[in-house]
Design a protein around this ligand. Structure first.
Ligand code: GLY
Length: 349
C-alpha cells in the first residue's frame, strides 16, 4: 500500500488550495455530514475550488455507516459525472472518512480521496492508515478495503470546539499510542492537563501520536503482523462498546478503549509482569477522566461471546495485543475463559 502523506495544517483554508494545486484532477467532490456541513464546511467554503466543487452530505452517526449511505454517496458521484480522475474530499470524523474512503475506493474501481478529519479521534486513528469500510449485518467495519488517501490534512483548529466527551474519546487512542511507543511518551500523555487544555501542546502530542501509528502502518499496512499492536485495548474495548449498544446506553468508542486498556494492561501484568505501579497510574487516570464501565457478573457470558465474535481472532481463541512494558509489545496473545473472568473480576472489584 502506498503511504499517505500527513499534512500538518495551521489553516486549512490556506493549506488545502496549496495542496490541491499539486494535483491534477477532473472534478472535485466534497462529502460532509449534518454536523460538518454546518460547522466545518464554512471554514473552507471560500476556497474557489471548494465553491465550484459538487457537495453532498450524509446523516451523522455510526448508525448511518451502512450500505444504504454508501449507495447514496456512489449515486451522487455517478449522477454528478465523477470519473476516474475525480477527487473526493472527506470532511468529517471517523464514520465519514471510513465511509467516504470506501466509496472512493470502489467507485469506478477507485478514485482518489483526501481526508480532513474534524475530530481528535478521526485525526489520531480513523483518517490515517488506509482502513475504509462500513458496518454490515450488525458487525462493525465488516465490509471494507485498505485504501490510502492521497493525503490527510490535519488542522487542530477543528478540535477547539469539540466537547469534552469527543475530546476524551480521541485522547484514549493517544494513550494507546503512547503505551505502544515508550515510557516517556506515556508520561507526557498522563501528565497533560485535560482540565485546562493548552491546544498548542495538545497539537504537539497529537502529531507525536500520529507518528506512532504511521510508523506501525508503514511496516505492516495490511495488518498481517505488527499492525495488530494497534488493537491494544480493543478486544475488551469492542466488547464493552457492543454491550453498551445492546443495553441501549451507548458509550463513545474512546471510552470503551480506555476501559479496555485497563483490562488488557491487567492481563499484561498477569502474563508478562507489566509494572504494577504504572498499571495503577493508568487505572487512576482512566477512572478520573472516563469513569468506569457499568456492568455486572451477569454480563460476563455476553462479554465473552462478543470477544469470540471479534474479527481479529484467527482461531477459536480470543486474540489480544499485550505489553511487557510501555514500548514492548506482544501481539498474537490469547487468553482462556478463566483468565478473562479474572480480568473482569479485577475490573469490577
Ligand atoms: N484502528 C486500528 C488500525 O488502524 O489498525
Amino acid at each position: 500500500m502506498i503511504q499517505q502523506p500527513i499534512i500538518r495544517c495551521s489553516n486549512t483554508a490556506k493549506d488545502l488550495p496549496q495542496f490541491l494545486q499539486t494535483l491534477s484532477y477532473d472534478g472535485l467532490f466534497v462529502l460532509t455530514d449534518d454536523n460538518t456541513k454546518q460547522f466545518c464546511l464554512p471554514c473552507i467554503e471560500a476556497i474557489p475550488e471548494i465553491q465550484t466543487a459538487k457537495k453532498f452530505h450524509i446523516p451523522a452517526g455510526d448508525e448511518h455507516k451502512n450500505l444504504q449511505t454508501l449507495s447514496s454517496v456512489l449515486e451522487f458521484l455517478s449522477q454528478n459525472g465523477a470519473n476516474r480522475k475525480s477527487l473526493l474530499i472527506n470532511l468529517g470524523g471517523g464514520m465519514l472518512t471510513d465511509l467516504g474512503g470506501f466509496a472512493a475506493s470502489v467507485f469506478k474501481r477507485g478514485i482518489r480521496f483526501i481526508n480532513i478529519p474534524t475530530t481528535l479521534l478521526g485525526a489520531v486513528d480513523a483518517a490515517i492508515g488506509g482502513k475504509t469500510g462500513v458496518n454490515f449485518n450488525g458487525l462493525k467495519n465488516e465490509i471494507g478495503v485498505f485504501a490510502p488517501a492521497v493525503a490527510v490534512l490535519i488542522d487542530s483548529n477543528f478540535f477547539r470546539t469539540l466537547d469534552r466527551t469527543n475530546l476524551l474519546s480521541g485522547y484514549a487512542e493517544m494513550l494507546k499510542h503512547a503505551l505502544l511507543d515508550s515510557p516517556s511518551a506515556l508520561n507526557r500523555i498522563l501528565h497533560f492537563n485535560l482540565e485546562n487544555i493548552d491546544y498548542q501542546q495538545l497539537n504537539d502530542l497529537l502529531f507525536e501520536s500520529v507518528l506512532v501509528k504511521e510508523q506501525i502502518v508503514e511496516k505492516d499496512p495490511a495488518e498481517q503482523g505488527i499492525r495488530k499492536a494497534l488493537n491494544l485495548g480493543h478486544t475488551f474495548g469492542h466488547a464493552f462498546e457492543s454491550l453498551s449498544h445492546e443495553l441501549k446506553r451507548p458509550v463513545p468508542h474512546g471510552y470503551a478503549v480506555a476501559w479496555g486498556l485497563v483490562c488488557e494492561l491487567f492481563l499484561s501484568f498477569v502474563k508478562f509482569g507489566f509494572d504494577k505501579k504504572i498499571l495503577s497510574k493508568i487505572i487512576y487516570f482512566v477512572k478520573e477522566n472516563y469513569g468506569v464501565f457499568p456492568f455486572s457478573c451477569n454480563q460476563y457470558e455476553r462479554l465473552y461471546e462478543l470477544m469470540q465474535h471479534d474479527k481479529k481472532n484467527e482461531t477459536e481463541n480470543i486474540n489480544f495485543t499485550l505489553l511487557r512494558a510501555a514500548g514492548e509489545v506482544e501481539i498474537n496473545q490469547t487468553a482462556d475463559r478463566k483468565e478473562i473472568d479474572e480480568v473482569l473480576d479485577f475490573y469490577l472489584f
